[in-house]
Design a protein around this ligand. Sequence first.
Ligand code: ISC
Length: 391
Amino acid sequence: MLDRRHPLLWSRRGFGLVGIGEAVRLEFCGPTRFADAASAWRTLVAAATITDPLRRTGTGLIALGSFAFSDHSAETSVLIVPELIVGRDVDQSWVTRVGAGYPAPPPAVPPAVPFGDDIEVTLRPGSLDANGYVAAVTAAVSRIHDHELSKVVLARELVGTLPAGGDIRRVIDALGTRYPDCWTFCVDGFLGASPETLVSVDGGSVSARVLAGSAARGTDAESDQAAAVALATSQKDQDEHEFAVQNVLASLRAHSADVTASEQPFTLKLPNLWHLASDIEGELTDGSTSLDLVRALHPTAAVAGTPTKTALALIEELEPFDRGRYAGPVGWIGADGDGEWAVALRSAQVRDGTITAYAGAGIVSESVPQRELLETRMKFRPIVEALAPIE
Ligand SMILES: C=C(O[C@H]1C=CC=C(C(=O)O)[C@@H]1O)C(=O)O
């Protein structure tokens, strides 16, 4: 189903949107990228004639989007309206056709093209190797001890070369199969499987899933359970998590008077690690679209730090690379403004035969640099393993 050359996908469990072709491509950059995208989307929707007899999540006119993390990134942020959208939920499937003429011609879903050969890519450190990362974390901890900030999220990249003609649909398929509880996405060559919902808007309700605080899975049932309990009771992880929850609540309060977080974080089990997680819910009071809320929320403390401005400045100082779309918002928006956006974690950008994967860790005053390095290694696993042939 996925377009081999330009796969466009958003999916989790039984829900999925696949885009084929590009009817409209909108590009944005710089500090105004979210505001520009929100306003461009309103303009586009106002000019469109939409026939949507099903009127359910993901039907009608939609755009898939991916945004750069930093205001200063050289990476473009995009909203792509596919020519053809194939949607699926647990009980129904649909096809939406987008065209310049009206009425739109009947949808013709192209035949599925079989996957190409297995892909095998070895990823190597990019601009920050293991020692460089440990040094950056050490520097960050000392800045936290100097009371410049409370938390900063530091990332590193791994880089590899895709074999000529490599079919990245294999990578996307592996991510979706191994991480069914994560958002599997691919937009404009940027792909991944993220466990973190930045924001979801559905018929006036807003929700988010905040993640911060991680632990390795155990090697057997007993040690796995012990790892989850240790995470749930670790003061360091609780503190790191609380920064992230408070940050999201503060951003959403302006748009939802009754927004609340689950009383205690819970432990979320993923194949590669445990996370501390909190679900946040509320009713929207100001008619914001999902893109308006993306703008209000990004960057959260789970990917930047606390306070945000100081953390962003330290990231620019200590990370010798452009994060591109890693840790930026990725997702979709519909004509009514509803939509689902994830924080683009466990992700990689594919461009001109090169694949760059990213992973980071939240650094707080008790952080041990070598442990944070190991944590990033675990967070690379989804991408690293999706790039290895199935055994
Ligand atoms: C920055 C990443 O994870 C964030 C999300 C969940 C847990 C995190 C942590 O425990 O450090 C990070 O804040 C990443 O996966 O690259």
